[in-house]
Design a protein around this ligand. Structure first.
Ligand SMILES: [Zn+2]
Length: 703
């Protein structure tokens, strides 16, 4: 639903395994935690007047600047907190979820009867909070890895070290998480050609900055960031007591720049058909020489695997060739730097500060680091997300709200089905295939049916970094263990305490976590129209991801299979391209426009989600007129609630980073999709000549 954003613990790029998922266990055992925790919210702005209609900015016309019209008062009253790169309703709710999680952890730490999982959460969090222990340990927890790097003496040992670092740290189609600081990233998911089995997907990686553009693009804003990167690397090496840091940093940058040159672009990387490349184990030796693949896969725990899906084949070929062509010494310097950077959130303060200096300040424009406890909650959620989520959902997600959310999802699916029936451009055969797909959607509301079993994860008091590294390894083993087992469609890829929602296109499933199903998105104490404008549009958005430019390529079994009649698909493509062109026009900065193709899937989902939610709301009225509130008609309330749910303020560097790297357009432009709906024109009497006005034939209608 929302953008992935930077790493929650340091505002830098994400830097470790993230997706969290289930195995046996139920909520039943959690009754001991049913006492309410009194944790005062420190974020004043959460007093969410957002639940209801806003005070509008009457200095602008809705048809000229709808986003400003709805949110002007909020913009005026809201400052971005110094420790954040942006502020939005989602961010405020995330802060609230963090506060609640802290309360749960503190309570657990004192509970003599805490379960093994609850004890792990407390130990993990407390180890991170024990700064004295972190200072005292210094780099000691990295010793085994530093020794392995120092012991590299040929391509074979280099390949072995690179393989030992492979982690399940990317997720292409669900969380659209494409980045890893390791040479390659691993995603274990359903084979796109045979969704009954899991396959290992390999993705390009290895960069320290968030995208190839940061190495190659010549715009002044990007060049300014690049100029600070090499000194940053030198500083990190210097902090570790490494000599000749400047010369080494310069060589590391050159190696990363070569990697960036080999990388595919964002737009290339989201083309599923181009990415679905099945390679046998032997193909790696012939198509991507350089790495000793035998050693690499053995060290990665994939020695017995005979087939893979290589997402960006040209990049894998290019990266592997660098293993042969670049000096071993440079590789060793590079691996040392990457290891230190990766570990920095858990290292002594000097490393944490330097990481924030570059990734927080320079790359995101954030003035001040987040409080350590907030980073502690973030990293605990990364390592033990399901264990936290089980406690969180038991306490903060009432069964009545689960039922209400399930009913809303049901209404949205019914509205989508009617929409398919009414499409005038689609042939009956294609319609029945689309409806078959809709019928199999597996909807998860609040929390998963099964939880991850953490019994094999070793968490030790006083060992913050060791715990984090073991958690990454645990997550990787958990994913590798799926290979060869039946596919579990009930698996979640988000935790209940995440303020977000997700469509899993290959699983034909959706997750709506507990933490987003609450005010101001979802509120039992206000007119239903407001919920349809915000949460309804979010649910509709996720449903329609099954029918966006990517999702529409998977059939009802999850197979990558074009189920469309050619003329229907041509119409769909043409309408999609019209939407891509609409978004190409938006320029957040004079020197930076959106890339309509890069954000197309999300924009199709936004447009379809809003349209379907509008229908579902109309159906829910059952022929009765919607009540007028504060002088606003039902239609007006619906669209205002939508634009309000996207209110957001983002610092310039972070906004630029989003435009370059993200599949989601900035929130303002997402809200502006109202201009494609006829009902919005009627609601606000929008006329030709106003800035957002589109002639009827220019309005994009896809679903
Ligand atoms: Zn989305």
């Amino acid at each position: 639903m929302q953008r992935d954003g930077p790493c929650p613990c340091c505002d830098g790029p994400r830097h470790r395994a993230r997706s969290v998922t289930p195995s046996p266990g139920t909520l039943a055992g959690m009754k001991y935690l049913s006492r309410a925790v009194a944790t005062a919210l420190i974020v004043a702005t959460v007093s969410s007047s957002g639940g209801n209609l806003p005070v509008v900015d009457s200095t602008v016309r809705p048809g000229d600047a709808f986003y400003q019209y709805v949110n002007g008062a909020w913009f005026k009253a809201t400052e971005i907190p110094a420790d954040r790169s942006s502020i939005s309703d989602g961010a405020i709710l995330s802060e609230q979820a963090d506060q609640r999680t802290r309360g749960i952890i503190q309570e657990t730490a004192q509970d003599k009867n805490a379960t093994a999982d609850a004890k792990k959460i407390a130990d993990f969090y407390n180890a991170f909070m024990d700064e004295a222990a972190v200072e005292k340990l210094g780099l000691a927890p990295l010793e085994p890895q530093l020794r392995a790097i120092a012991g590299i003496r040929d391509r074979k040992t280099l390949s072995r070290v690179l393989g030992s670092q492979l982690r399940a740290d990317v997720d292409v189609l669900n969380n659209t998480d494409l980045d890893t600081d390791k040479l390659l990233g691993l995603w274990v998911a359903q084979d796109l050609d045979d969704p009954s089995r899991y396959a290992p997907f390999l993705l390009q990686g290895g960069l320290g900055m968030p995208d190839r553009d940061y190495y190659l693009d010549d715009s002044p804003a990007t060049a300014a960031i690049r100029a600070k990167y090499t000194p940053h690397l030198a500083k990190v090496l210097g902090l570790a007591g490494i000599k000749d840091a400047d010369a080494k940093a310069a060589r590391i940058f050159e190696l990363e720049k070569r990697m960036a040159t080999a990388h595919s672009t964002r737009v290339e990387s989201i083309d599923v058909v181009k990415a679905n490349n099945h390679w046998s184990r032997k193909d790696f030796d012939t198509r991507a020489p350089g790495l000793d693949w035998q050693e690499y896969f053995k060290a990665a725990g994939l020695g017995g695997q005979s087939d893979f899906i290589v997402w960006q084949p040209a990049a894998v070929t290019g990266l592997s060739a660098l293993v042969a062509s670049q000096p071993l010494e440079t590789w060793k310097e590079y691996l040392t730097a990457r290891l230190l950077e990766h570990a920095s959130p858990y290292l002594p303060k000097a490393f944490v500060d330097e990481r924030f200096e570059f990734f927080g300040k320079t790359l995101s424009g954030t003035p001040k680091p987040r409080d350590r406890w907030k980073r502690g909650i973030s990293v605990t959620n990364i390592a033990l997300g399901d264990a936290v989520g089980k406690l969180y959902a038991a306490r903060y997600f009432a069964p009545a709200e689960k039922a209400r959310a399930e009913a809303m999802v049901h209404n949205l699916i019914a509205a989508f089905s009617r929409r398919i029936d009414q499409l005038d451009w689609m042939a009956p055969e294609t319609k029945s295939k689309a409806k078959a797909k809709l019928a199999v959607l597996k909807i998860g509301v609040g929390y998963p049916d099964h939880w991850t079993d953490y019994s094999a994860l070793d968490i030790r008091p006083g060992d913050a970094l060791g715990n984090a590294l073991r958690a990454e390894q645990f997550e990787t083993h958990r994913n590798l263990a799926k290979l060869g087992k039946p596919v579990d469609r009930s698996e979640w890829v988000m935790t209940p305490q995440t303020v977000n929602a997700v469509n899993l296109p290959v699983m034909n499933a959706m997750n709506f976590p507990a933490a987003i199903l609450q005010p101001p998105y979802f509120d039992p104490n206000r007119p239903g129209v407001m919920d349809y404008g915000s949460m309804g549009a979010i649910i509709g958005h996720e449903i329609s991801h099954s029918f966006d430019d990517q999702g529409a390529q998977f059939d009802s079994t999850g197979k990558l299979n074009n189920w469309w009649k050619p003329e229907d698909f041509a119409h769909f493509k043409e309408a999609s391209q019209k939407l891509a062109k609409q978004y190409d026009q938006y320029r957040p900065f004079p020197d930076l426009a959106l890339n309509g193709q890069q954000v197309l899937s999300e924009n199709i989902a936004d447009l379809a989600g809003l349209s379907v939610s509008y229908d579902a709301w109309q159906l829910s009225l059952d022929g009765k007129a919607a009540p007028v509130v504060d002088g606003f008609t039902g239609n007006q309330q619906f669209f205002m609630s939508f634009a309000q749910s996207w209110r957001d303020k983002t610092r310039e560097p972070a906004l630029r980073q989003q435009v370059i790297t993200d599949g989601h357009a900035p929130d303002e432009y997402r809200a502006d999709t109202v201009r494609n709906l006829d009902a919005w024109y009627e609601a606000f009497d929008v006329k030709p000549g106003e800035k957002l006005y589109l002639a009827p034939d220019q309005r994009v209608r896809i679903w």
